[in-house]
Design a protein around this ligand. Structure first.
Ligand code: SF4
Ligand code: SF4
Length: 370
């Protein structure tokens, strides 16, 4: 494992373990399969990964409890835990932080973040008193380093940097968003401010590990054995200000592949960079909606639709033909796109800005014609 110096002499592994997508029982996101998930954490610890990221809302509130239990057998000083304050889930930051310590069974949190700030509620975060409260906890040693994760615009990011001397910031960063979204601009703002960058979504929610055939072929032509995920990881690692690259590893194979990539840490050549750009352009032409499967749209959906699953089917149909939507007919009626009531609650939460109700309507109409 490769490490990079942070502050106060501590060294963080370049690869971090994200616990947002742990294996679950019977597809139930709230029920983590402890045995399988513990095996993944053990592989990570053995490989030297020392950064473990969780949040109040992951796995419907069960991620912190799982992580605390899985790490309990290791000395507390052998790993760093990152956890996050989620304004929407519970605005009471005092209560939420106390709950988090209890769930983790720990008496301090190493890296603490304001969770997934978007433009629409950035001001509320700035004004509700949470920053000064967390700063006080930092002085007491209950938080070691304070930062935030961000899904908003460059303008709001610049504003946030003026209100507090953040220790780090976490952004969505991958080669696809670098070329086709504003990831480059966000990264440069942080780089200019000399703030270490924690990376989330290096695979764009898994998309870059499972590129469409033509896009994947461009990378595979260079080295058949190297996984598509390893290309995405190497690209992110090559950026100077990147401190930790988080990966939501949900099985042992993926975990071992990532560890291999970070053990090798092969630098990118100019040729590699050209290939990656070409693969990204080819992927873009093939993919209709670049959903990251973050699931922020799901909790407030009155129809309780599995929105990322439906969008995945939408993308498959865009590339492979409408018949690929047929599999949605296997779902119970109340889980199909036709159950959408166009309320727009999902769209308000989508950090990628998709108009989800329009996608549901389009799928419903296509399904009616099949
Ligand atoms: S618009 Fe449709 S998919 Fe979105 S929250 Fe409302 S019912 Fe759910
Ligand atoms: S539609 Fe948007 S909010 Fe929902 S999972 Fe995809 S990217 Fe996340």
């Amino acid at each position: 494992m490769k490490y990079k110096k942070f502050k106060n002499g501590i060294e963080l592994s370049r690869l971090g373990m994200g616990t947002m997508r742990m294996p679950v029982v019977n597809g139930n996101d709230a029920e983590i399969d402890f045995e399988k998930a513990q095996e993944i954490i053990d592989i990570c610890m053995k490989s030297g990964i020392n950064y473990y990221d969780t949040a109040y809302v992951y796995h419907e509130g069960n991620s912190e409890g799982f992580l605390g239990k899985a790490l309990a057998k290791y000395p507390r000083e052998s790993f760093y835990v990152a956890d996050k304050y989620n304004l929407q889930a519970n605005p009471d930051y005092r209560e939420q932080f106390d709950q988090q310590l209890a769930r983790l069974q720990m008496d301090y949190i190493d890296f603490y973040l304001l969770h997934a700030i978007q433009d629409s509620f950035a001001d509320e975060m700035l004004e509700n008193g949470c920053i000064s409260y967390f700063d006080e906890l930092k002085k007491q040693g209950k938080i070691k380093y304070l930062g935030f994760s961000f899904h908003g615009s460059p303008k709001v990011l610049s504003k946030l940097l003026t209100v507090y001397p953040w220790d780090f910031v976490q952004i969505q960063l991958n080669y696809y968003d670098w070329f086709f979204s504003d990831a480059k601009e966000l990264y440069e703002i942080l780089s200019d401010a000399d703030i270490p960058v924690m990376v989330m979504e290096p695979m764009h929610g898994g998309m870059l590990a499972n590129l469409e055939e033509d896009a994947g072929r461009i990378l595979k032509a260079d080295n058949e054995k190297a996984s598509l995920a390893s290309w995405a990881m190497r690209w992110v690692m090559s950026l100077d200000k990147v401190q930790v690259v988080l990966s939501g590893m949900s099985n042992t194979q993926q975990t071992k592949d990532n560890i291999h990539t970070f053990d090798q840490a092969l630098p990118l050549t100019a040729d590699d960079e050209k290939r990656i750009k070409k693969a990204a352009e080819t992927q873009r032409a093939a993919v209709a909606v670049a959903c990251t499967s973050c699931r922020y749209c799901c909790p407030d959906c009155p129809a309780r639709l599995d929105i990322p699953y439906l969008i995945k089917a939408y993308n498959e149909a865009k590339v492979g033909g409408d018949w690929r939507l047929e599999k949605l007919m296997m779902l119970p009626k109340e889980k199909r796109p036709s159950a959408c009531i166009s309320c727009g609650a999902c769209t308000r939460h989508c950090p990628q800005g998709f108009t989800i109700q329009a996608l549901m309507k389009e799928m419903k109409e296509k399904l009616e014609k099949l």
